[in-house]
Design a binder for this molecule. Structure first.
Ligand code: SF4
Length: 419
């Protein structure tokens, strides 16, 4: 390993001791991790980091990497926040503003089922009714007082049609989550960052009150109290420092230690969008991003399901696999990634090929991870657990079904194959 100079840098021996502690899943020292993070430009260090992360992944997940075949339903792209990097949210009156009618949700679900999708990812803007009277009126015409109430109806419809909703609807109250829980296999909210600095003037979350870290952490805690299988994650490259990234990782670890309901953590790289205030901000290099994936594995431990979206780093999937990911997340054969519309999903067949090339195997999961279906019944209402078990095999993975891995994603081509 390359020697590192500088009084505050970790020596090679310190680095090796730190990595061995991580391998032994001992509590890691924040200060040492911050020092290590400053040295991620060192290829030899990254290579050793990947070895440790990969060994941790293998310890708990073996050679399996998972994927969920889903459909992305952006129930509404109106949002009361204005994050500096967001291209998803639209203003009312914009030709691209859209709120799905329930009939459109139903027809989208039907098409997705024909393509073999099991998960309906409801991803939507945060409380648009608080900012836009047009949206309040739209909801009121249909008998709903809030977007969350409307979402509950969309989830009921979807679940009754035979798909599993996973809602990511921004900040929800405890009672809203309680009402959504029976109709959702799992739910989520990206923590993104624990940095309050990014809420400051000129920073990406200045116009985004729902990105206040304490508010997001409180929702994580309430989801834990309600026993909701929960997805969280980090967004890397929006102006946070290395120390703030470390703190975000430790905040997620702390939540998991106290509540045990984090079913997965997504490590997501910022991608600049041309029509946003952060269009000219440089994203992390792929090597540094992968190094942070590995650090996430070290902090969150061997048991955590760690995901990196394959459409955001399509040329370095082997590196992400080496860095300890065990999940590719939701990949859709029928819909766009509406948050990152510039980044098409890779074909499931290609993911399969690249995963196998790394010596691992790709398996389809439901929105909930297998071990939750087989070993954590207290996280589900009886009706949800019954249907999850019916759609899962004995190990909790998605039962083989009649649509094979589609080599042409987003074209919705149905193919018959052996069950
Ligand atoms: S990133 Fe999410 S919260 Fe921020 S503006 Fe976009 S949709 Fe709203």
């Amino acid at each position: 390993m390359t020697a590192v100079s500088g009084a505050s840098a970790l020596s090679n021996i310190d680095i090796e001791k730190f990595l061995l502690d991580a391998l032994a899943e001992k509590e890691l020292d924040r200060g040492e991790l911050c020092l290590l993070a400053e040295q991620l430009g060192d290829p030899a260090l990254r290579s050793r980091l990947f070895e440790v992360a990969s060994e941790l992944k293998q310890r708990s997940k073996g050679d399996v990497v998972t994927v969920s075949r889903n459909v992305f339903i952006p129930l509404t792209n109106l949002c009361r926040n204005r994050c500096g990097y967001c291209t998803f949210a639209k203003q009312p009156g914009s030709p691209e503003a859209k709120t799905y009618a329930l009939e459109e949700v139903a027809s989208t679900v039907r098409s997705a089922q024909q393509a073999g999708c099991l998960e309906a990812l409801f991803c939507l803007g945060d409380k648009p009714e608080r900012a836009y009277k047009e949206h309040r009126a739209w909801l009121a015409e249909r008998g709903f007082a809030s977007t969350a109430e409307y979402l509950i109806e969309a989830c009921k419809l979807t679940f009754r049609a035979g798909m599993f909703p996973h809602s990511n609807a921004g900040i929800l109250t405890r009672s809203e989550m309680e009402a959504l829980r029976p109709w959702n296999a799992s739910m989520g909210l990206m923590l993104e960052t624990s940095s309050t600095r990014l809420r400051g003037k000129g920073m990406p979350h200045y116009y985004a009150p729902d990105k206040e870290p304490s508010v997001r952490l409180r929702m994580h805690e309430e989801a834990g109290e309600l026993k909701i299988p929960f997805t969280s994650g980090l967004l890397l490259g929006i102006g946070e420092t290395n120390e703030e990234r470390v703190d975000t990782l430790f905040a997620l670890r702390d939540i998991e230690d106290r509540y045990g309901h984090l079913q997965e953590v997504i490590v997501q790289p910022f991608h600049p969008k041309f029509d946003t205030p952060m269009a000219d901000s440089a994203p992390l290099t792929e090597e540094i991003f992968a190094a942070w994936v590995a650090l996430a594995r070290l902090v969150l431990g061997s048991h955590m399901n760690l995901q990196a979206p394959p459409n955001l780093s399509p040329t370095v999937l082997p590196m992400l696999l080496a860095a300890g990911v065990n999940d590719w997340g939701g990949v859709s054969p029928v819909s766009l990634d509406y948050i990152n519309p510039e980044a098409p999903w890779p074909a499931l067949l290609e993911l399969h090929r690249q995963t196998e090339a790394s010596g691992q195997k790709l398996r389809e999961r439901l929105p909930v991870y297998p071990e939750w279906i087989t070993h954590r019944p207290e996280y589900f209402e009886p009706q949800m657990l019954e249907v999850l078990k019916a759609r899962a095999d004995g190990e909790g993975y998605a039962r083989a079904h009649t649509v094979e891995l589609d080599p042409h994603p987003q074209q919705g081509r149905k193919r018959e194959a052996a069950a």
